[in-house]
Design a protein around this ligand. Structure first.
Ligand SMILES: Nc1ncnc2c1ncn2[C@@H]1O[C@H](COP(=O)(O)OP(=O)(O)OP(=O)(O)O)[C@@H](O)[C@H]1O
Ligand SMILES: [Mg+2]
Length: 565
């Protein structure tokens, strides 16, 4: 904002010129009537006519330039604010994103900043220009007759209380309107994400009805807020009506009595006629300010939310090595998901994690990458506790293939490149081949340059998974976390990708979560998790011999029964 001060100063000068021009105009009316018309001086009238034309021309140029300058500043400030907001949002915890729906957040970044921009522009413009106009016209009025001036404004004190009450009304209704807008965006976001589920369950009518309800609610709140905003200038009109009547009675009598000239009256009346328009605009601004305060509050609420997962003040260097969980307890809320679990994943080896759905397997990865922090216990990599190293450094050390693959609406190649932004095309092709992406991409007309659609929707589940694996391969980090990396693949692709993953995990510390036990059969160690506890660990053979939980899972899967069902 600071860098715009010179621009704002120039705009303010232009606004003063624009505002003062009207005062000058009203001022010229008096000699026109009293001296020139009365004396019948045509050349004098021509002079005044040119002076008035000049004033309006000046006003046009000043107004045009000033408006563009203010719009330019408004647009730039909004863009900066939006960028700052996005920066801030990206630094917030995963928790924040579970609590705040994407639609509502989009509404904050777009809608609330836009509301502010409209305001900033019109406030700067009106306040600057209209205050000067009002002051210059008021001066002309005072010069004419200060008693008339007081008479003209007689209606103002009566309206002060209603005007103040109106401001509170506008602020409350605007806040409700912004909240309704956020709900509307959330609904839309959910609707378009879930369009398949809606169609398959034939929920179109249900969703439409619900949407209509939200839209009506938005309309209602918005309209109420606008009633408030529109009432401001209306109240000023009432003040104007009272003022005109008072002046006409009082001033009219003086003219008839010959105490004042017609020119004085005309000049005063012109100023009075002109003053109410900027006054109405100013009162309209007051309403808009109230509406924008509602948006401002919401933006501040976001900016004041601080991330709780913070990097240490003096970070330790991270040296990749064995991953150790020491009495780590964690819950997303009161319910404990992991109950003081301890295990070691040895350096350079592959450790499998198995266990029923909801056991807490994916949560282990979230803890290890510091998407969430444990309530107690310690996690370390290569002997260094992970909360003492830089978060970005930690995440650079780890490549994750998640359970839900996150693709962006770009090409396959661009999606793979997200693993390492400076990778060469040859590196990308290599990763695509290793992960089995090239297997399907070579048959596409655009090859790796094929667009994958929003969230990868134009690829099959297994294809998306392979792109995510290629991304992890390209990242080539010393620690590899795989959350059911082959779950969406058919037997042939699974074999291909499995072989590639084995090559990739060679020499890297790898954690693999698997439902299908065949995936981790050859792991150096297998950890069996159940309801937040490590119930068993050992190699496949050792666990089979022990004949415990793992052996039971194995027997069920061999019989073709999924233990989760
Ligand atoms: N963001 C979250 N907020 C609240 N609870 C969560 C969240 N994510 C997971 N949970 C809960 O934590 C528990 C463990 O979830 P987790 O995702 O770790 O299970 P999992 O072992 O990976 O299961 P699956 O095999 O089905 O992927 C579950 O009971 C789940 O309800
Ligand atoms: Mg999981």
């Amino acid at each position: 904002m600071l860098q715009y001060w010179p621009l704002i100063a120039v705009a303010a000068v232009l606004m003063t010129v624009e505002g003062a021009a009207l005062g000058g105009f009203a001022y010229l009316i008096q000699p026109l009537f009293d001296d020139l018309f009365a004396a019948g001086s045509m050349s004098g009238v021509a002079w005044v006519a040119f002076a008035i034309a000049g004033l309006f021309l000046l006003r046009a140029i000043a107004g045009f330039t000033q408006r563009l300058m203010i719009t330019w500043i408004g647009l730039n400030v909004t863009t900066t604010l939006q960028t700052r907001l996005v920066n801030h949002l990206l630094a917030l915890d995963m928790r924040f994103f579970s609590d705040n729906a994407p639609g509502a957040l989009i509404e904050r970044v777009r809608g609330d900043t836009a509301a502010l921009q409209n305001l900033a522009a019109s406030v700067l413009m009106s306040v600057g220009r209209d205050t000067v106009t009002v002051i210059s016209l008021l001066t002309v009025m005072m010069i004419s007759d200060w008693l008339w001036t007081l008479t003209a404004l007689i209606g103002l004190p009566v309206m002060v209380v209603p005007l103040l009450m109106l401001q509170t009304f506008i602020r409350t209704t605007s806040r409700k309107a912004r909240e309704a807008a956020a709900r509307l965006s959330t609904r839309l976001d959910e609707m378009f994400h879930g369009v398949q589920a809606i169609k398959l369950n034939r929920l179109e009518h249900h969703i439409e009805t619900r949407f209509f309800g939200e839209a009506r609610s938005y309309l209602r709140h918005m309209f109420r807020a606008q009633i408030g905003v529109a009432s401001n200038p209306a109240l000023i009109d009432v003040v104007a009506a009272i003022g005109f009547v008072a002046v006409l009675y009082y001033g009219g009598a003086q003219i008839i009595a010959g105490e004042k000239t017609v020119g004085e009256f005309m000049s005063f009346f012109t100023a009075l006629g002109l003053i109410f328009e900027p006054l109405r605009r100013l009162s309209n601004i007051v309403g808009q300010v109230q509406a924008a305060v509602a948006s401002l509050d919401r933006l501040y609420a976001v900016l004041e939310t601080k991330p709780t997962i913070l990097p240490p003040a003096t970070p330790n260097p991270i040296t990749p090595g064995a991953i150790r969980f020491d009495e780590v307890a964690f819950g997303y809320d009161e319910a404990e998901v992991l109950k003081a679990i301890s295990f070691v994943a040895e350096d350079g080896q592959t450790t499998g994690i198995v266990g029923p759905s909801g056991a807490g397997k994916t949560t282990i990865f979230a803890l290890l990458t510091r998407l969430v922090d444990p309530q107690s216990g310690q996690i370390s990599i290569g002997g260094t506790p992970i909360d003492t190293v830089d978060i970005t450094g930690l995440r650079d050390t780890v490549a994750v293939v998640g359970q839900e693959t996150a693709l962006f609406d770009e090409t396959i190649a661009q999606n793979i490149r997200l693993g390492r932004l400076d990778a060469s095309d040859a590196d990308i092709m290599q990763a695509a081949k290793d992960a089995g992406v090239w297997d399907f991409a070579e048959h596409l007309p655009d090859g790796l340059d094929t667009l994958v659609g929003p969230r990868g929707s134009s690829l099959s589940g297994g294809q998306r998974q392979r792109v995510a694996i290629a991304r992890a391969m390209l990242k080539s980090a010393p620690i590899l976390l795989l959350d059911e990396p082959t779950s969406a693949l058919d037997a042939r692709s699974e074999n291909l990708v499995q072989a590639a993953l084995e090559r990739l995990s060679k020499g890297r510390t790898t954690l693999v979560i698997a439902h299908r036990l065949s995936t981790i059969r050859d792991a150096d160690k297998i950890i069996v998790l159940d309801r937040g506890r490590v119930v068993e660990e050992g190699t496949h053979d050792a666990l089979m011999t022990a004949d415990g939980a793992y052996a039971k899972l194995h027997a069920l899967q061999s019989a073709g029964i999924d233990p989760d069902l």
